[in-house]
Design a protein around this ligand. Structure first.
Ligand code: ZN
Length: 260
């Protein structure tokens, strides 16, 4: 595994969330030469279709399609993403190890509790990761409530404090006006392929037929969303994001997106 820091890390509750909300953006950044990574908080053991092992294989395949340099999954229970100190520490360890400049988090409101909790958990972990006097290894050993052997082992490396420079929120799952969109017109087909790599989820089959739309329907939904956000900025396909900070402008003549 390479020890070079990541430029961009996308964090999400479930495998396939990143593919749906910011996969095109991650691919575009990778194509520009940035090192991108994906941290999934849960392994998907509660999924209606396929096992956690299927999901692991599919996630690796999707990461390859998105040209991600790094992907890892934590051991937080599916359907029970909780913003506890212990879970924050697990994310802090990854942030200190991978040292991303930009972190993409899920938006902080939504239908699925795992999604909005992952947002808060991710934000608070970004803050904690920068605290010089927070010793993750020590904090883990004083917590040790139900931590897996794997999780405990991976805290043995000592990593320096690190706080990401920028946090942006991927808003695709929630109806909120984004503060900016990323043009993914050239990445759209690959991003769709990355999602379709989750064959246990998205291929047409009997299990869960009532809750999972057919393949063709998924394609047209994803296309409609990408087109909608693209239209807001005058491009074909885009992914929506929100930042809490204001935008900083140096040259008024260089601001993109036509007003009238
Ligand atoms: Zn999800």
């Amino acid at each position: 595994m390479s020890t070079a820091p990541l430029d961009i890390l996308a964090l999400a509750a479930h495998r396939d969330d990143v593919e749906q909300t910011c996969g095109g953006t991650l691919l575009k950044m990778a194509q520009r030469g940035y090192r991108t990574g994906i941290l999934d908080l849960t392994q998907g053991e509660l999924g209606t279709r396929g096992s956690a092992e299927d999901r692991a294989r599919e996630a690796a395949e999707a990461a390859k399609i998105l040209c991600a340099s790094w992907r890892q999954v934590l051991d937080i229970p599916d359907g029970r993403v909780e913003n506890t100190f212990e879970n924050r520490l697990k994310v802090v360890r990854v942030l200190r190890e991978q040292r991303p400049r930009v972190v993409i988090l899920p938006y902080w409101k939504g239908r699925h509790p795992d999604h909005y909790t992952a947002s808060m958990l991710g934000y608070e972990a970004c803050f904690l990761a920068g605290l010089a006097r927070l010793d993750v290894k020590r904090a883990f050993s004083t917590q040790h409530s139900g931590l897996s052997r794997e999780g405990a082992h991976s805290t043995t490396g000592a990593f320096l404090p690190h706080r990401p420079f920028k946090i942006v929120y991927a808003t695709l799952y929630y109806d909120v006006r984004p503060t900016f969109v990323v043009d993914i017109t050239e990445q759209f087909e690959s991003r769709l392929q990355a999602l379709m790599a989750y064959k246990s989820q998205f291929s047409d089959q009997e299990a869960g037929k009532g809750i999972f739309p057919a393949h063709a329907e998924i394609r047209s939904r994803i296309e409609a969303m990408a087109r909608f956000y693209g239209m807001l900025a005058g491009v074909t396909y885009a992914e929506p994001f929100l930042q809490k900070e204001v935008g900083l402008v140096d040259d008024l003549t260089a601001i993109p997106v036509k007003s009238i």
